[in-house]
Design a protein around this ligand. Sequence first.
Ligand SMILES: NC(=O)c1ccc[n+]([C@@H]2O[C@H](COP(=O)([O-])OP(=O)(O)OC[C@H]3O[C@@H](n4cnc5c(N)ncnc54)[C@H](O)[C@@H]3O)[C@@H](O)[C@H]2O)c1
Length: 437
Amino acid sequence: MATISIFGLGYVGCVGVACLAKLGHKVIGCDVDCNKVNRINQGLPTIVERDIDDVLKEGFDAGRVSATTSTDEAVAKSEISFLCVGTPNANDGRLDTSYLLSAARSIGFALRAKSKFHIIIIRSTVPPGTNELVTETLEKISGKRAGINFAVVSNPEFLREGMAVSDFLNPTITVIGSEDKRALSKLKEIYSPLGSEIVEVQPKVAEIIKFVNNSYHALKVAFGNEIGAICKKLDIDSHQVMDLFCKDTQLNISSYYFKPGFAYGGSCLPKDLKGLNFLAKSNQVEVPILSSIDLSNIIHIQRVMERIQQIGVRSIGIIGLTFKAGTDDLRNSAAIRLAESILGKGCSLRIYDRYLNIARATETNQRELNARIPHLLPLLEDNVEDIFSKTSLVIATVRNPELPELVKKYPDVHFLDLVRSKDASIETLPNYEGFCW
Ligand SMILES: NC(=O)c1ccc[n+]([C@@H]2O[C@H](COP(=O)([O-])OP(=O)(O)OC[C@H]3O[C@@H](n4cnc5c(N)ncnc54)[C@H](O)[C@@H]3O)[C@@H](O)[C@H]2O)c1
């Protein structure tokens, strides 16, 4: 069992004190607020929360819980310090890490007097790069070295107020990010009794995931409410609608559609989104989320164009022109918009599309294609390698099994991947560029 100090005795810190003591660890709370320290020293929680009184009292009665306002004492008596101080929004919206850095500075001073290895865990929600900043602060103030005398781990807290004790003890996932193997294995030892999956990631991934989670949760609430507002106007039971929506665990409540890549298109998504926005507008329902989705999609295509212009190459190839792989459907294809923008900038363009080539083989389809994309048809190549041999920048809007080999074979051709090839080995090549990763 470990001896742990917890800095910040608010919602996250108080729950941490109680639950880590429940797991059998000796826990020392530390806060600048002496009222909170006094409460913990009487076995009383600093917050109102389900189950917290009993869990904290159990640890306190067993002699495993105490608190202090002295950082020196908390650091000297523990091997691990959890930072759970507040990170409120500053006036400009950024998360204010000044309390966290102030706690890091005082831990840095305390480390001067410590010879044993110390682990600092950032539990607070912080912007990417904070792990590095805390490490630099600790090195500067303590005169000690990260990796030798101490280590910093990013370990975001996912609990919900009202369910905090249960969430702490039954996490869906535990995320830990650090360069230091010793610290990671110690933390795994602490969390393994909880039985959840423990995922090791880069510190910046561990830092941003909390922003991503909470922004998505906010989006879910606001999306549901916009659907509710439209349904109400149309005399439709929105709860029945959303119950149905949630039953689709293949496309709706699933990991499908979530991976950053290229813009959406096709015959259904743009059309039906427009149809829903029309319903909202014609019923005087303001739906800022629904009405900005199409704009977000257009801006994403513009981002690709901006990147192409930065690369500064004028001979360009596109692999995949239909709206997605596996179909010859060109309706609302984002790749066509991209192709037209490239031509509009006066660049030369070659295109390869396996499914269009199959479609071209029949006379009816050839007529259809002549009618739809007469300006793009002459640019079609018969095989994918021609795109690499004839251009200086190749953009993939679909996956193709031949691409990894071609990226290796043509090192002078810049390859801009909009969909992420399944072959990770090409991602380290100098001519490979992933668009949003
Ligand atoms: N509240 C939640 O549900 C929740 C859930 C997950 C993550 N988080 C994140 O965890 C962090 C803490 O949130 P909270 O709600 O527990 O905050 P809180 O405001 O309830 O508590 C923060 C505590 O830190 C103390 N503190 C400030 N400076 C200190 C210092 N230098 N040394 C010691 N103590 C210091 C304050 O006195 C206060 O008691 C935030 O980054 C928050 O975003 C919160």
